[in-house]
Design a protein. Sequence first.
Length: 323
Amino acid sequence: MSDDLVVGVDIGGTKIAAGLVDARGAIKRQSRAPMAASGSAEHGLSAVITAVDSLLAETGSRKSIRGIGVCAPGPLDPKTGTILNPPNLTCWRNFPLAARMSQHFDVPVKVDNDGNAAALAEAQWGAGRGYRNVFYATIGTGIGTGIVFDGKIYHGRTGAAAEGGHVSIDYHGPRCACGKHGCIEVLAAGPAIARRAHAKVASDPVRGAALLALAGGRAESVSSEMVGKAFAEGDPLAEEILLETTQLLTYWLGNIIDLLEPDVIIIGGGVSGMLAPFFEKIRAGLPACSINPRAQEIPIVQAFYAADAGIAGGAALGWGGES
């Protein structure tokens, strides 16, 4: 293995993904391990250290890594690398993760949330390379975002900025898990796509025949992945569901453009693949959703890093990317 490597670590509620990444953003080796999310703080730390140690032992790179970057769920403090109180990682409350990992591995360690770090990786190595100002959104079970200006993550005053998934576009809309109404997350993320599918299939089983077949005849079992599969196979109802999602995202992104006017909008996450065929429809709809007369000039592109966004994001931090 080359000496010019950092470790990118992606910590979730159930798993830890770790990878060795070179200075060009190429993931040379990676591994996955379970996360002890609900035990003690030390058990959680031990799980992360063990995952990284195992990766380094496999590759013989223990003494040659230059740094470690960690993607973790927020809320967290990126300046100190302290995990504050993430709902999916109850083992850590005001836990100094960066300091403890740095002490163990004797290298610099940076910590940030997944949206910020993935945005940095895309800006440095991925679909945002060559652009000055990048807006990144990951659409999956939720919607997370990151903003990179001039190669630096925009954190805001306390590190809590860029929660774009909780920008509301309908204050009469459904209540989001964050407590607000009509957030784009509760309207357009994977579970919202599934909820729209449930309602449409239940009200018209004939039109919903393709989705019902995928769901074993149970309308309530239709998932967003099934909607994507049915759309790929030419199902009109699946297309209708995704077009409605596209309309919501267009309105939201019009607001983002009016506020930030980024040079590029990058969409990643598990839902991005099924939405990619609609990116041009989003751009076409922007004049009705933005006061910016040049909104359509902003490219909307799919992220370069897919399932490996967390590893790449951690590595971008570890390589000394501005956080």
